[in-house]
Design a protein around this ligand. Structure first.
Ligand SMILES: Nc1ncnc2c1ncn2[C@@H]1O[C@H](COP(=O)(O)OP(=O)(O)OP(=O)(O)O)[C@@H](O)[C@H]1O
Ligand SMILES: [Mg+2]
Length: 230
């Protein structure tokens, strides 16, 4: 049997922006292979292109040149409908600012990705409730996000990103807004859920401590990505 394709593979990925007739090259030719089940950290100074890279891998944005494969499929071959489907079915996102939908309750926020993936309402409801219990927030199911603390909101956001069991999880400074203890507990949850479901995690972070917990570490600088061997 041939081995499964990498979770994500980048070939000479370039991203530049044009502003006021000036071209700014953010990613100058990135090669990267992330295998299934790996936890990978990407570090680099502010403005180095971490979010840009994650958004490209997650099909939220398109490269200026180069090619990205997710589980062996080229993103270049997908139209917007195909890209939306890939995001919905195969990818989970966690952002720095929680991004829970403010007008939906916690339980409704959790059910949304499941219902989008056509899990029946009753099954979605059950699964959301049991995960919420598992992170100690079962009693807040009917609350709205703004009434939760930052750490509680981010725990919900971690669960929401993983509830539909995406093979690839992208986390963009997921604890950037939290104090050190809360950040550690959110990261622990993220790590446990990823390892349990054998999901691949790519995390952009400024935290050395978070980076050190990952299997591999990449550094991004002046448009280039290098793996830091440890
Ligand atoms: N839509 C855009 N138009 C023009 N320039 C952009 C756009 N999006 C990002 N950039 C620029 O690309 C560069 C990389 O931005 P990016 O958000 O990827 O950095 P980052 O490494 O995530 O930084 P941070 O650690 O602050 O989040 C920055 O100089 C930014 O200003
Ligand atoms: Mg960023």
């Amino acid at each position: 049997m041939s081995s499964p394709p990498p979770a994500a593979e980048l070939h000479q990925v370039v991203k530049h922006y044009e502003e006021h007739g000036q071209r700014q090259v953010v990613l100058a030719g990135i090669d990267m292979v992330v295998h299934r089940g790996e936890m990978v950290a990407v570090v680099g100074r502010s403005g180095s292109g971490k979010s840009t890279l994650l958004n490209l891998i997650g099909a939220l944005d398109e490269p200026s040149a180069g090619e990205i494969f997710i589980a062996g499929s080229s993103l270049n071959r997908l139209d917007e409908t195909g890209r939306a489907r890939l995001r919905r079915e195969r990818i989970g996102f966690i952002f720095q600012f929680f991004n829970l939908i403010p007008t939906l309750t916690i339980a409704e926020n959790l059910r949304l990705p499941l219902e989008l993936n056509k899990l029946g309402a009753a099954a979605a409801s059950d699964r959301a409730a049991s995960w919420l219990d598992a992170i100690g927030l079962g009693h807040r199911a009917a609350s709205f996000p703004e009434t939760l603390s930052g750490g509680e909101q981010q725990r919900v956001a971690v669960v929401r990103a993983l509830l539909h069991e995406p093979p690839l999880l992208l986390a963009d400074e997921p604890t950037g807004n939290l104090d050190a203890d809360t950040a550690a507990s959110v990261l622990e949850l993220l790590e446990r859920l990823c390892r349990d479901s054998n999901s691949t995690l790519i995390i952009a972070t400024h935290s050395n401590e978070q980076a050190s917990r990952c299997d591999r570490l990449f550094h991004i600088d002046h448009g280039f990505l290098t793996e830091v061997m440890r």
